[in-house]
Design a protein around this ligand. Sequence first.
Ligand code: OKP
Ligand code: ZN
Length: 345
Amino acid sequence: MKVFFDPDQLQHAGQGELSRGRLIPCYENPERSRSILRALEQGKLDSEPPPPLDPGFLASVHSPDYLEFLASAHEDWLATGHEGDALPFAFRPPGDSRVPTAIAGRLAEYAFAVDSPITAHTWRAALASAACAVAGAKELRGSGSEAALALSRPPGHHASTRNYGGYCYLNNAALAAEQLLQDGCRRVAILDVDEHHGNGTQEIFYRRPDVLTVSLHADPEYAFPYFIGFAEECGEAEGHGFNRNVPLPRRSTWTGGYEAALVDALTQTVVPFEPDALVVALGLDAYAADPLAYLALETEDFRALGSTLASRCPFPTLFVLEGGYHVEDLGRNLMAVLDGWRAGR
Ligand code: OKP
Ligand code: ZN
């Protein structure tokens, strides 16, 4: 299985985030990648850097004003006398329609959460992260590989057309789906097993029938991103019937609901869609010991998740890394999914 990773991704390292009323070190940090690289090495899997992205391709998912903002946000932040990481501290009051020009206002315009620092290296890392996903997509189509893995970091599934947050800036899985369509797929399914709802991915494809979006996640009734990810959101217009949300109760375990929900989503929604390729937005934060855990999967459950996907979804499959914040066990949990997947094929 080809694995894509670019060392530029290690350069995105925010100073801190707010958690439960305190400033703490960022959960989404370069050690996550290092944990995975160590596990790959032990499993004798090599990774390779992706070719650079065609910058115009990003516009297949994101709006030009948003891309321009991201590319220069940190420079603009410094140029106006701010220091450290660019972070929003205001939000649009309901009813106000003006688009701000000052950088502090533009951060407020484009951020939907305050948890995602923009550093001097964020843009380059986000580009490299997206390039991994796009390279993985090309690998499925170009080489006819059965599977590929994009070690995308920063993650992507919370980023929408023109908003960032939840540690995500560019929607890696959405860009991969666009690449698959461009390379001849008629239909692409995105299955998001990160424990947070993939709000960005849902929004991007909400009115489209060519990309099915299915997300299993902690119920937004109690979990981030709070506003979206409910079962009644089914898609709109031509996209009606092509979005499915499966919100799960707090601390759901594999045998206590997760497996049944996954099998139902695969057999009732993903497989009948007959996609030409499957993109798995692979978050590993449903891990019981994850510092952000709402759900309660164990390492052997990730193996079962991999084999369930392999046996029930006979489609070329691209794994795109999303969350997972238990740094020590992250690599092991990722390998468990891959081992399970190989055993299930
Ligand atoms: C990103 B991904 C707590 C803030 C939590 C939201 C979680 C983002 C998860 N300090 N921020 O889906 O793994
Ligand atoms: Zn997550």
